[in-house]
Design a protein around this ligand. Structure first.
Ligand code: B12
Ligand code: SF4
Length: 483
């Protein structure tokens, strides 16, 4: 059987004038995961429009497309094209799960929720000539997951080809997060077994890893066993976690010992009333400054996530947030405009209040105000968002923020990291066009490693010992985790 898997891109990612490094970071891990369920004699191709031009001239037996909100328009275009050719089209992913009624007009089969249970079932039905129209995930486990088809990933086109996800979902329920609607109807947070995760890591060449898990620290026992197994592998890795997990005793130290060097942290807002409104309870009454100190003291750089436009925000929020981040020596920040993804509690609330102003999904990219904010105008919100980026990433701010670091090496590392992301965009544009992105990974590794400070780190060890066999977290611990 001939199968084609496609990750369509939003318009901004395919601009002939400008290529942002953001879209050449991660390979399509979800599709490579689904490809693992195909038979050995199936002929499979995987195309990612963020990094390559799609070939739409073929006629496979089956096309599977992953749909995000901002790429929905393009995904439907591609789906319609293949259906006109008589090809069976399957659509899945976050946006299809949020809006199945919309997606089903462009598909022969749609998938709601994660695909590990429904996709193999569909493949059996498809092969026997009886494919269903809707598959809804209900059985949530990663235990018998076949290996991710990494051979389909064109590694040289990505800066971070060693992306990996060892869990799904999150133990928390923030109102603005896609997780609640996506995982509805089954468990919303579960992990691989530790051995499984370690084997996947050992299959990855080189030193660097990027965990795409929403909350790698969400199941404490699992996380500790994973970090223990990774000790001595010589890896350098990046991931995402909560303020609460950073402050939890022991967890961060174990992560750092196994190679954690930079963490994406969801601070979201400095205003406690905003946290309460969004039901982000696990951030409440936490000492953000202590979390930052703890990370920096252990040599971990921070990518701080902030969301603007919550009801407690006025026009002063941008300046206050940027100043806080700079004065605390935050290396990189990701700012978002609050975005009510369909299906989320936030969307339900704003819709009931009549505050949603557009359903043009292209604008749901966290850079546009798609609702009426309470404490300022939509124009102020968008202008403030761009100002925050400009102010945070000015050279003056980068130097000021770096000066919060104790040692010269840490200051240089800060400047190299922040400058590399945001001040070298023309260089990234050239490198992307030359299809040489991956050759910059050693530079990133050098910065993560502290510019020579960690020269004595052992070389990566593949298939070695030192892992704890059978150290899977119990289901209760997986769900309980750090709250
Ligand atoms: C990596 C990532 C990116 C990367 C690249 C995406 C990629 N290569 O896949 C980059 C940086 C480019 C990116 C960009 C953006 N992203 Co993004 N990203 C992610 C992230 C962190 C991980 C994705 C991942 O690999 N997950 C792990 C794999 C295993 O899971 P999966 O991809 O979901 O696939 C599973 C299921 O979805 C399902 N499935 C998926 N497709 C299909 C298809 C079929 C046929 C079937 C059967 C099943 C199926 O089966 C898979 C296995 O279970 C997610 C958050 C998350 N943890 O998922 C956000 C996330 C997907 N991004 C999001 C957003 C909003 C964006 C941006 C708009 C942000 C911005 N401001 O620019 C852009 C635009 C993206 C676009 N092209 O339109 C949202 C999507 C919300 C939505 N409703 O669509 C998410 C969910 C995060 C969030 N904020 O809530 N992103
Ligand atoms: S902690 Fe993060 S990933 Fe978890 S529900 Fe909240 S926003 Fe989503």
């Amino acid at each position: 059987m001939k199968v084609k898997l496609i990750l369509p891109a939003l318009t901004a990612a395919t601009s002939p004038f400008w290529r942002s490094i953001k879209y050449s970071l991660f390979p399509p891990l979800g599709l490579a995961t689904l490809a693992g369920y195909l038979d050995e004699d199936d002929e499979v191709t995987m195309q990612d429009e963020h990094v390559e031009r799609l070939n739409l001239d073929d006629e496979p037996d089956l096309v599977g497309i992953q749909v995000y909100i901002t790429s929905a328009r393009r995904a439907y275009q591609i789906a319609d094209h293949y259906r006109r050719r008589g090809v069976h089209v399957a659509l899945g992913g976050v946006h299809v799960t949020s809006l199945p009624e919309e997606a089903k007009h462009h598909a022969d089969t749609i998938f709601l929720g994660p695909g590990e249970d429904t996709w193999p079932q569909f493949l059996r039905d498809f092969r026997s000539g009886r494919p269903g129209a809707v598959y809804r995930s209900a059985v949530r486990t990663l235990v018998d997951q076949p290996p991710v088809r990494r051979d389909l990933i064109k590694r040289h086109l990505y800066l971070l080809p060693n992306s990996i996800a060892v869990s799904r979902g999150c133990p928390h329920r923030c109102d603005f997060c896609y997780n609640e609607p996506f995982f509805r109807g089954g468990r919303s947070f579960y992990t691989q077994q530790v051995d499984q995760a370690l084997s996947e890591i050992e299959r990855l060449p080189g030193r660097h890893l990027y965990f795409l898990d929403d909350h790698l620290f969400g199941a404490r026992r699992f996380a500790l066993d994973l970090f223990d197994g990774m000790k001595g592998m010589g890896r350098l890795w990046q991931a995402a976690g909560t303020v609460q997990s950073v402050l939890a005793p022991g967890l961060l130290e174990a992560a750092v010992e196994s190679g954690l060097r930079s963490l994406f942290v969801g601070f979201e807002t400095l205003d406690p009333s905003n946290l309460e409104d969004q039901h982000k309870f696990h951030n409440m009454h936490r000492d953000y400054a202590a979390a930052v100190r703890r990370l920096h003291d252990l040599g971990v750089m921070i990518n701080a996530s902030f969301v603007f436009g919550m009801d407690g925000d006025d026009d002063g929020v941008f300046g206050r947030t940027v100043e806080w981040a700079i004065s605390h020596g935050i290396e990189t920040a990701t700012f978002h405009i609050l975005t009510p993804y369909p299906g989320t509690a936030l969307h339900t609330r704003l819709e009931a209040q009549g505050r949603i102003t557009t359903e043009d999904w292209d604008l749901y990219d966290t850079r546009h105000a798609v609702f009426r904010p309470a404490g300022m105008s939509a124009e102020q919100l968008e202008a403030g968002y761009w100002r925050a980026y400009r102010d945070f990433y000015s050279w003056g701010s980068i130097f000021r923020s770096a000066s919060a670091k104790g040692s010269l090496t840490d200051r240089l590392r800060h400047i190299a990291y922040a400058g590399g992301w945001k001040k070298c965009e023309p260089l990234w544009d050239l490198v992307i066009r030359a299809k040489r992105v991956c050759s910059f990974l050693p530079a990133l590794e050098a910065v993560l490693a502290g510019l020579g400070r960690e020269r004595e780190q052992p070389a990566p060890r593949h298939g070695g010992s030192g892992r704890r066999i059978g150290a899977a977290a119990s289901p209760a611990e997986q769900i309980g985790g750090v709250r």
